[in-house]
Design a protein around this ligand. Structure first.
Ligand SMILES: [Zn+2]
Length: 176
C-alpha cells in the first residue's frame, strides 16, 4: 500500500448511489455481509454491503412499467469496477415484447461500457428468481454471477447463476 492516506468512508462510484467502502477488514466479516471488490484505480480492496445492491434493486422496482401484470420488478447489476446499474421491467401492449428488469439492467450496463459483472440483485413483491431467458442473458457476460433475490418485506436469498442455470449453453459451445 502506497501510503497511510485514509480511504474515504464513502466513495462515489455511481451517479445512482454511494458505495460504502472500507479497507479490507482486519477482522473477518462473514462473506454474506458484503461483496469484495477490487478497484484497480485505487489499488485497494473494498467491501460493499450487499444490502446496498438490494436497495438499488428495490429503488429500481419503483420505476417499473408494468401496467398489465402489475408485477413490478427491479434489478441492480454490480460491475467489476464498482458501478451499480439499475433496470426495471418494461411491459408492452403486445405482451411478448416485454423486457424483464434483469435484461434491462444488462442493456443499460453494456451501453454504459460495462461488461464484467460480479452480482445482481432482483427485487419483486415475492422475491422471485430470474426467468430462464434472463438467466441465459446473464450467463453471456457473467457465468459466475452472484444473485440476490429480494422481496418487498425485507427477505433476501443469495444464490448463484451456476446454481440457477446448470449445464448451461454458452459461447464455448459454438467453438468447433
Ligand atoms: Zn426475465
Amino acid at each position: 500500500m502506497a501510503s497511510a492516506e485514509p480511504l474515504p468512508s464513502s466513495l462515489s462510484v455511481s451517479p445512482h448511489l454511494q458505495l460504502k467502502a472500507q479497507l479490507f477488514p482486519a477482522e473477518p466479516i462473514p462473506f454474506q455481509a458484503g461483496i469484495y471488490l477490487g478497484i484497480p484505480e485505487l489499488g485497494k480492496l473494498l467491501l460493499m454491503d450487499s444490502s446496498d445492491l438490494v436497495q438499488s434493486a428495490l429503488n429500481a422496482r419503483t420505476q417499473a412499467y408494468a401496467p398489465y401484470s402489475r408485477f413490478q420488478v427491479g434489478a441492480a447489476l454490480l460491475t467489476k469496477s464498482g458501478a451499480i446499474v439499475p433496470g426495471a421491467n418494461l411491459e408492452n401492449a403486445s405482451y411478448g415484447l416485454t423486457i424483464c428488469a434483469e435484461r434491462a439492467a444488462v442493456g443499460n450496463a453494456i451501453v454504459a461500457g460495462h461488461r464484467d459483472f460480479l452480482a445482481i440483485a432482483v427485487a419483486s413483491e415475492t422475491g422471485v428468481t430470474p426467468c430462464g431467458a434472463c438467466r441465459q442473458v446473464l450467463h453471456e457476460f457473467a457465468p459466475n454471477l452472484t444473485v440476490y433475490c429480494a422481496d418487498t418485506r425485507g427477505s433476501v436469498i443469495k444464490t448463484s447463476l451456476e446454481r440457477l442455470l446448470p449445464d448451461s449453453f454458452g459461447a464455448r459451445d459454438l467453438e468447433g
